[in-house]
Design a protein around this ligand. Structure first.
Ligand code: FEO
Length: 395
């Protein structure tokens, strides 16, 4: 994809990964991009690189702006391989005067690439770098989402190079938020938050407060993935504020796996009860839905109702997978309940309730089980459970 000048003398020089479909467990149905940026000034600076196998695209884009050897400094905001994979090749090509990063990032880069001869210059919170007509302000963004994460703010351009923050996994020829469908953009941004930043919500909140305390008000958020925010900067910051406080709405997700359809029938009865209370409800059969899409809907849901049949004295494998993933992402306080069918080992609801408790969800009911196929009475109880949860989360 062609280079784009995002601000005067600041260029997107990244690479688009059209075919990425899995980002360590997160389904990336729209691919992604790795957004490296180049600042042309008396001292020329490259901010981050791209995934190793896309280094040629980065080099080609840099060459369309300047001779790569004219780059003086490389700023590494984040050591994760999707932004640092091409670094060894770029360093060999550019021979930079300085590689600018914090101490933890240097240690991580050395642990990745086993080369401590690179010309590291270690910076810390609030250090600045003058490049001629720009003063880059470095800000710590620890645990957003790695320990060494930092961002770079260029006040003269009101541009925040925001590392992974505000990203979306989305491959496109467009570079800016206003050039794509807004509903899809915000859904992808929510998916990204739910699957990457959710466990670090307190740190997100602290970071946003820090920006405000330091009177940093960018008019462009140049994230490391997906579209650059220039039209709806306020909207995405406000969404991050809401998500970081784990605010919820009167919304429920029913997540289940089923063996012969009994648990599915129970899920549908619970969904009917919820809809009778006018609760926005989403049913996810894990045979057809990806864990990362469940997390996206769960982000703002106030209730999570889990269902599984019992197989070999255990939960069905897709539910076990879902719970491992969900627990790791540490969703905030929600209401929960469990249901499911069994044959001869009535253990599923107990295990699901334990999972809900381990996430500190408030369990609103002991749960409903069905020996093999649910009777009309059991389905009526499922419907009533849906109504009860609906009333609780509206209160
Ligand atoms: Fe996009 Fe944490 O790397």
């Amino acid at each position: 994809m062609k280079t784009v000048e995002v601000k005067d003398n600041i260029f997107w020089v990244g690479a688009v990964d059209w075919n990425l479909r899995d980002f360590h467990g997160y389904s990336t149905e729209k691919g992604t991009s790795y957004n490296a940026y180049l600042l042309k000034d008396d001292k020329t600076v490259l901010f981050d690189t791209v995934k190793a196998d896309l280094s040629e695209a980065l080099i080609e884009n840099i060459k369309s702006v300047i001779d790569p050897q004219a780059i003086d400094y490389i700023v590494v905001n984040h050591a994760e391989m999707d932004h640092s994979g091409a670094l060894p090749e770029i360093i060999r090509l550019v021979q930079p005067e300085k590689i600018i990063c914090n101490a933890k990032c240097r240690d991580t880069l050395i642990a990745h690439f086993h080369d401590d001869s690179w010309p590291f210059e270690i910076i810390k919170e609030d250090d600045t770098l003058n490049t001629g007509s720009h003063n880059i302000h470095f800000l710590d963004s620890k645990m957003l989402h790695w320990p060494e994460s930092m961002v770079s703010y260029i006040p003269e351009a009101k541009l925040l190079i925001s590392n992974d923050i505000f990203g979306q996994h989305w491959s496109s020829s467009e570079r800016f938020d206003n050039e794509v469908d807004q509903g899809e953009l915000h859904w992808q941004a929510a998916k990204y938050y739910a699957n990457i930043f959710l466990p670090f919500s307190p740190a997100v909140n602290k970071f946003l407060t820090k920006l405000s305390d330091k009177d940093i008000h960018p008019d462009m958020l140049a994230t490391d993935h997906g579209l650059i925010w220039r039209q709806d900067v306020v909207g995405i910051i406000s969404a991050y504020q809401r998500w970081s406080k784990q605010e919820t709405a009167a919304k429920a997700v029913v997540v289940y796996d089923t063996m012969w359809g009994s648990t599915k029938t129970m899920a549908e009865a619970i969904g009917k009860g919820l809809s009778e209370e006018n609760i926005v409800t989403h049913l996810f059969d894990l045979r057809f839905n990806h864990r990362s899409d469940v997390m996206t809907e769960l982000l703002e849901a106030r209730a999570v109702i889990l269902g599984s049949s019992v197989m070999n004295n255990n939960l069905l494998p897709k539910m076990a997978d879902m719970l491992t993933y969900m627990k790791g992402l540490k969703p905030g306080k929600k209401f929960g309940a469990a249901f499911g069918s069994y044959g001869w080992a009535n253990k599923g609801v107990k295990m699901l309730n334990e999972a809900l408790e381990s996430m500190k969800f408030e369990i609103v009911d002991d749960g409903i089980t069905s020996n093999y196929v649910p009777t009309k009475d059991i389905l009526d109880n499922c419907q009533k459970l849906g109504q009860k949860i609906g009333q609780v989360i509206k209160a």
